[in-house]
Design a protein around this ligand. Structure first.
Ligand SMILES: Nc1nc2c(ncn2[C@@H]2O[C@H](COP(=O)(O)OP(=O)(O)OP(=O)(O)O)[C@@H](O)[C@H]2O)c(=O)[nH]1
Ligand SMILES: [Zn+2]
Length: 293
């Protein structure tokens, strides 16, 4: 049976891409009985006599699955953070990273709107963000006002399924528009009294850009720690996982426990204070959410 990739879902139809052709398909009734439904990003088997009346027969196992936007098999997330408008926030960056790590998606940190900074300010932000490179995260700096900077991103896209994430107003739509000039997503001028834009991008579709696929709708809109276990949080901080071998207790949460490798790493400057502070803050949040049930 032929197979392909779902690029778009709209009004009960799925648009399956197979070797340069798009086949419009419906889902087989059996999926509804099994309470399964195909997602954009799914690799599927289908049957079709022509390009408009196909049926999806089976869905291959997913490597991950996002809820908002509904999309499967995402390889990486471009995590956008602007240096200004809105201001850069390390706490929010760490929060996004936890959610992306949790989905087993590779985060790539993209610092946007560099054109708004003086040279001194640039240096400050770069030395802070380089701490994340030390942890192992890839970092890129861009400005959608200066196209040259951004050509660095295109090699990262090839052969990958990428989702773009970041809070409102950081430049997600602007970046997508630059990557694919024909796409013309609405961009928002920031409303000055609120200091943030409102979401304008809607439907989900994978778009082919530079031999890779990018979701045209940003991901990770919900950033609470609902349904997270307090024991799991520490695994979403890669540098903690490394230091954990030194912890005296196997179930160490790196909080009040004695003989903690993470706290030692902190004292020795191997682990950043802001990362640790944010971890403890998130841990409290996870605990207090649990208490509510
Ligand atoms: N100075 C400067 N402004 C930028 C840059 N990128 C985007 N902007 C501006 O920032 C504002 C928000 O950009 P968008 O691309 O709409 O941001 P978004 O992340 O898609 O926002 P939402 O749709 O609300 O999630 C717009 O006024 C853009 O023109 C940049 O690199 N430099
Ligand atoms: Zn510990």
């Amino acid at each position: 049976m032929p197979n392909g990739l779902i690029m778009k879902a709209l009004a009960g139809y799925y648009y399956v891409y197979d070797k340069g052709t798009i086949i419009q398909c419906r889902a087989r009734g059996v999926f509804r009985k099994q309470k399964r439904s195909p997602l954009v990003g799914d690799h599927v088997e289908y049957q079709a006599e022509n390009t408009t009346d196909g049926y999806i027969m089976d869905i291959q196992e997913r490597s991950n699955e996002l809820v908002r936007p509904p999309i499967a098999n995402v390889d990486q997330a471009f995590l956008l953070f602007s240096v200004k408008e809105p201001d850069f926030s390390a706490a929010l960056l760490d929060r996004f990273l936890v959610h992306i790590e949790r989905q087993e998606i590779l985060p790539i940190i993209i610092v946007t709107k560099m054109d708004l900074l003086t040279d001194d300010e640039k240096e400050t932000i770069q030395s802070f963000v380089s701490l994340y490179e030390k942890i192992g995260y890839q970092v890129r700096y861009t400005s959608s006002k200066v196209e040259l900077d951004f050509s660095e991103l295109t090699p990262l896209i090839k052969d990958k399924v990428t989702v773009i994430a970041g809070q409102s107003g950081v430049g997600k739509s602007s970046l997508l528009n630059l990557l694919k000039p024909g796409m013309n997503l609405e961009t928002n001028e920031i409303s000055s009294h609120l200091g943030r834009g409102k979401h304008t991008t809607r439907h989900v579709e994978l778009i082919e850009i530079e031999q890779g696929l990018i979701a045209d709708t940003p991901g990770f809109s919900s950033l609470d720690f609902e349904q997270m276990e307090q024991e799991d949080l520490r695994f979403y901080f890669p540098e903690f996982v490394e230091a954990m071998d030194e912890c005296k207790f196997r179930g160490c949460l790196h909080d009040k426990e004695p003989g903690c490798g993470v706290k030692r790493g902190l004292e020795e400057g191997e682990i950043q204070q802001s990362r640790y502070t944010n971890y403890l803050q998130f841990l409290e949040e996870v605990k207090s959410q649990k208490r509510r049930y």
